[in-house]
Design a protein around this ligand. Structure first.
Ligand SMILES: OC[C@H]1O[C@H](O[C@H]2O[C@H](CO)[C@@H](O)[C@H](O)[C@H]2O)[C@H](O)[C@@H](O)[C@@H]1O
Length: 602
């Protein structure tokens, strides 16, 4: 049975990731890529859908978890009546093969562990053929996939499970390596698990060593940085929004989506966080990914792609999985890939402009990309779209979308000005930006409410409007900004956290009700910083940090009444918020200040 979302820790190798429960069960793993079919899917079903547990036989008196310092190596220590032992779970950076390693370490007395390995390919459905050989190697094959387990413990087949037990004494270490390989290829040569542990620790520690100090927030920022890095697909530079699919935004409901893809919006925000911390290699790799992914005509540019740049991401329902705590359907693929969302042009323009300011040399294709995208956007910005929240109720004139279209032209004009572009480009793009600015100010602001609104003519508030001062559309002391922030504080804060909008009032095509979308609370903190309300922002930020689980991870949403995490986990958006608000509060190259470059006004 799946644990609470906050009871999971993530391990990964920058190509895929697994979730490990507090009780030592790996309940989610897709091999070989983030978006491959899961071979452990009990997170979204039952134990029979695949998992691998190594759990003390006696009642567990205490569990303590932490990542080995500055790494993604998860250490879970169990205390039982007879002793104390820990499990190190990790996925070594790939060196030709894809491995998951688990090392049990006896620390005091003796602890007996029960092992239950249930391999089910194809999202928990395909039962493989399992064979054991004399060397203690177990091999499972179904269709294109093969898993090979190097195990010092003899596992016996029982009802399509591989089971065994082992007693670990103080000072003893027992290692298991699970390797994925295509079933038609030779079985990869086994690696030394202790050596891969050292390599994995070094890989992460070297990565984190470049992180600057962010005052008292440094540890939180480092953990978020590692989490975001784990969501980057190393071979291509693509970045996934999360490593899971279909963890529900409301328990028992249908708001369950597949986030194992690369959204231009989520990825550019991740990129900003990387760049703000000085991680320019990741930014350069993503820019390469972007240029390959969007190559072609501007009409065909998508809002999201597969990690390799794939465009076809058909959404389908996995009807054999019961869903997390019965939340159905479980979806694979994402129909939002076919939506029109105006804001992505602004997100991409902003990220590319920031990349230049951070010292990245111009990309040989940047100018030609801008040369086709901006004229396209000039033609379409007046069209309705599905917006940042990817509504499934049809298109509208979302205020946030228009603001981000303004960002695209504003940044294009500034970039041309700063880096010696053509005077005609500076003038033309500024003119379109001014036109959009005027349109938003006359149609997106409701005098009666004293607030910008979700879409032209509506009375609905939306947390995305907090981006208005953050991207520099209007200065923070503009009365319309101040009153919009105050209106959001009055109407969208529920039980201390910010909703993205009221699902009871705004029709998004789905049944109403969801948790608080966490990145929105970080945006409010950022807006409060800009408004000069530092104490409020700091208090709020500390509350948000307090929502992280014991190993520093946040999901997409939170139910403050039930005190539970909701939505896909861990989610890039939430960790971007943890980083950028910390930077704002710490006043180290604050991205909120930096993104809101001075503007001429409406
Ligand atoms: O609310 C309906 C939509 O929900 C998902 O979108 C959300 O996640 C995206 C990835 O983090 C994010 O970019 C977007 O802003 C969020 O609203 C889902 O992916 C959509 O298919 C769905 O329509």
């Amino acid at each position: 049975m799946a644990s609470r979302i906050e009871d999971y820790g993530m391990i990964g190798d920058c190509e895929t990731a697994a979730l490990v429960s507090r009780m030592g069960s790996i309940d989610w793993l897709c091999f070989p890529r983030f978006d491959s079919p899961a071979c452990f899917a009990s997170l979204l079903g039952t134990d029979e859908n695949g998992h691998w547990s190594i759990t003390p036989r006696l009642p567990v008196l205490d569990v303590r978890r932490a990542y080995v310092e500055d790494t993604l190596v998860l250490e879970t220590e169990f205390v039982t009546e007879g002793g104390r032992a820990a499990i190190f779970d990790f996925m070594p950076p790939r060196d030709g093969s894809s491995n998951l390693v688990r090392i049990i370490e006896g620390r005091q007395g003796e602890v007996e562990f029960d092992i239950d390995l249930v391999m089910r390919f194809d999202y928990g459905r395909s039962v493989p053929w399992v064979t054991h050989d004399a060397s203690g190697r177990l091999t499972a094959v179904a269709g294109p996939d093969r898993l090979t387990l190097q195990s010092p413990v003899d596992l016996k087949g029982e009802d399509f499970h591989s089971k065994g037990s082992v007693v670990v004494s103080e000072g003893q270490r027992i290692a298991f390596t699970l390797t994925h390989s295509p079933s038609h290829e030779p079985v990869p040569v086994a690696q030394d698990p202790e050596a891969t542990l050292q390599q994995t620790v070094l890989f992460w520690q070297e990565f984190v060593s470049r992180c600057p100090s962010v005052n008292s927030y440094t540890e939180t920022v480092k953990r978020s940085l590692i989490t975001l890095k784990a969501m980057t697909y190393l071979p291509t530079g693509g970045i996934v929004a999360s490593v899971t699919t279909s963890l529900p935004e409301a328990l028992g409901g249908p708001r369950n989506w597949d986030y194992r893809y690369c959204w231009l919006r989520d990825a550019t925000m991740t990129l900003m966080a990387f760049m703000d911390l000085g991680y320019l290699d990741e930014a350069a790799a993503w820019r390469e990914w972007l240029m390959r992914a969007v190559a072609g005509t501007p009409e065909q540019m998508q809002i999201m792609y597969g990690v390799g740049g794939e465009r076809h991401l058909p959404e389908w329902e996995v009807d054999w999985l019961a869903g997390y705590e019965g939340s159905q359907p479980v979806r694979v693929g994402n129909a939002a890939a076919g939506q029109f969302q105006l804001d992505i042009y602004g997100e991409v323009a902003d990220a590319l402009a920031q990349a230049r300011r951070h010292g990245l040399p111009p990309h040989p294709r940047s100018a030609s990309l801008a040369g086709v995208l901006l004229p396209f956007l000039e033609k379409v910005w007046r069209e309705p779209d599905e917006g940042i929240w990817e509504v499934r109720s049809g298109r509208a004139h979302f205020t946030h979308s228009k603001v981000m279209a303004w960002v695209a032209f504003d940044r294009a004009s500034r970039l041309a000005e700063e880096f010696g572009g053509e005077a005609e480009a500076v003038r033309r793009w500024r003119q379109v930006a001014d036109e959009i600015h005027a349109d938003v100010c006359s149609n997106g602001y409701d005098e009666e409410l004293g607030s910008f609104v979700q879409s032209y003519g509506s009375k609905v508030l939306d947390a995305s409007l907090l981006q208005i001062p953050l991207v520099g559309f209007l200065p923070p002391d503009d009365p319309r900004v101040v009153s919009t922030v105050e209106a959001i504080e009055r109407r969208l804060i529920r039980d201390g956290l910010v909703l993205r909008y009221e699902t009871e009032v705004a029709d998004d095509g789905l049944p109403s009700g969801e948790g608080a979308f966490l990145v929105c609370s970080f945006w409010l903190c950022d807006a409060l910083v800009l408004l000069g309300r530092y104490a409020d922002a700091k208090r709020f930020y500390e509350k948000l940090v307090g929502l992280c689980n014991d190993v520093g991870l946040l999901s997409e949403e939170y139910d403050p009444v039930a005190g539970r995490m909701l939505g896909n986990f861990p989610q890039a958006f939430s960790h971007i918020g943890l980083i950028s608000t910390a930077l704002n509060l710490a006043r180290i190259e604050g991205p909120a200040e930096e993104r809101s470059l001075p503007v001429e006004g409406p």
